[in-house]
Unconditional design. Structure first.
Length: 168
């Protein structure tokens, strides 16, 4: 099953280290996005940040200027942090969601690991995606009518495996 998922989403699996994200401190998470420490964002202490928070600061063209006091980086560096925030929000919304509007802060390290540098060992998120699919299937078996999780990938994978390869 891992090989099928790896092939379906075109992510490497063989000869790659498994990614094991850990929960960053609130300071570490904000720093990875070029932001100053902020003790009023208490959701970071329990491991999540709101999608709206990321979108308001990084999704809008004027996000840097609207929240200037919260950043410890230049506008040029902010542009690079926007890409990281987008990747975190994308993974947290579509691939590995917690619950509606909440993005897991551990995804900051996942995004960082996915952007590997030359000479570093390759890492994969395929086992994380499979675990999320299994969690989602278990929730369905236990009677959950609607469950969040990797359901988009799960549906595409089921369609792909039941009707043959749709990409051909």
């Amino acid at each position: 099953m891992i090989e099928e998922i790896s092939g379906f989403i075109k992510l490497p699996y063989h000869e790659c280290e498994m990614m094991v994200p850990y929960k960053p401190s609130s300071r570490e998470f904000l720093k990875c996005l070029g932001m100053k420490s902020n003790l009023t964002i208490t959701c970071l202490d329990v491991g999540w940040i709101s999608f709206d928070f990321l979108y308001s600061r990084f999704g809008q063209e004027d996000g840097y200027y609207s929240f200037y006091e919260e950043f410890e980086c230049s506008i040029e560096r902010w542009e690079t942090y926007r890409l990281k925030a987008f990747a975190i929000a994308l993974l947290g919304s579509l691939v590995l969601p917690k619950e509606s509007g909440k993005i897991d802060t551990r995804l900051g390290y996942v995004v960082q690991d996915l952007a590997q540098r030359e000479g570093e060992p390759r890492k994969t998120i395929v086992p994380m995606i499979m675990a999320e699919m299994m969690r989602n299937l278990s929730a369905c078996i236990n009677g959950t009518i609607f469950s969040e999780g990797c359901n988009l990938l799960l549906q595409l994978w089921v369609l792909n495996t039941s009707t043959g390869d749709l990409t051909r």
